[in-house]
Design a protein around this ligand. Structure first.
Ligand SMILES: C[S@@+](CC[C@H](N)C(=O)[O-])C[C@H]1O[C@@H](n2cnc3c(N)ncnc32)[C@H](O)[C@@H]1O
Length: 209
């Protein structure tokens, strides 16, 4: 399956190898219940749903959490998630931002992108620390953790997730290699407490609960 961008922003654009590593891990573990923390414009969500449909037909469930359009500069700076709507392609900027006035970060817009899977998805708007307790985490098979990237947030998210997931479930964390982020420190604290932690490449790390 080809990883597609749907005219939206994604950090996988400059790193397709990591995008395909994520898809191949999904192929390998065949999760039925998938959780993405940090959906942004929904590019990975859509590709993950396409992959899950390829594997399970319509028998899968995808949950996505994000603050979506309710964001502010200080939170974005703290979590190392700079978000803006300016599209690098000037024509797309005119069409989406000026004519259609479509906020690609909004929950409505991501819902539109995922409309093909409307019976399989649930999007939750809010901070991960507020939304994770609303999910039946004990049913989740696979998490892509890519929301807030500060040490405090990753630590809190991992604590909530790891305490509820069953044994031998998968969590893939993005940006493990970013020295100014808190992902590595928070993940490494679990080294003795989980079944395994595996570097898939520099950027992606896999935790087996
Ligand atoms: C790097 S982007 C996610 C990219 C997305 N996974 C993809 O592959 O396209 C990080 C997202 O996390 C969201 N975010 C940051 N801190 C958050 C928090 N504490 N709770 C929920 N979402 C958060 C931001 O709004 C942003 O959309």
């Amino acid at each position: 399956m080809k990883f597609k961008f749907y005219f939206r922003k994604s950090s996988f654009k400059k790193d397709l190898k990591s995008a395909y590593i994520l898809l191949s891990e999904i192929e390998k573990h065949r999760p039925v219940n998938f959780l993405e923390v940090g959906v942004y414009q929904g590019v990975t969500s859509r590709n993950v749903c396409e992959k899950l449909q390829e594997i399970h037909s319509n028998k899968f469930h995808f949950t996505g959490i994000d603050i979506f359009e309710n964001t502010n500069k200080s939170l974005d700076n703290k979590e190392m998630t700079s978000k803006h709507n300016r599209l690098s392609n000037p024509l797309k900027h005119i069409i989406f931002n000026l004519i259609l006035k479509k906020d690609l970060n909004s929950m409505d817009s991501v819902q539109d992108l995922l409309t093909k899977f409307k019976l399989n998805i649930k999007l939750l708007k809010g901070l991960s620390e507020d939304q994770l307790p609303n999910i039946s985490l004990e049913k989740i098979d696979f998490v892509f953790l890519d929301g807030g990237h500060s040490y405090e947030t990753v630590k809190k998210d991992l604590k909530l997730i790891i305490s509820k997931l069953k044994k031998n479930k998968i969590i893939i964390c993005d940006d493990y290699d970013q020295v100014n982020y808190g992902v590595k420190k928070a993940v490494d604290e679990y080294k003795e407490k989980v079944t395994n932690i595996i570097n898939l490449n520099e950027r992606l790390v896999k935790i087996v609960t």
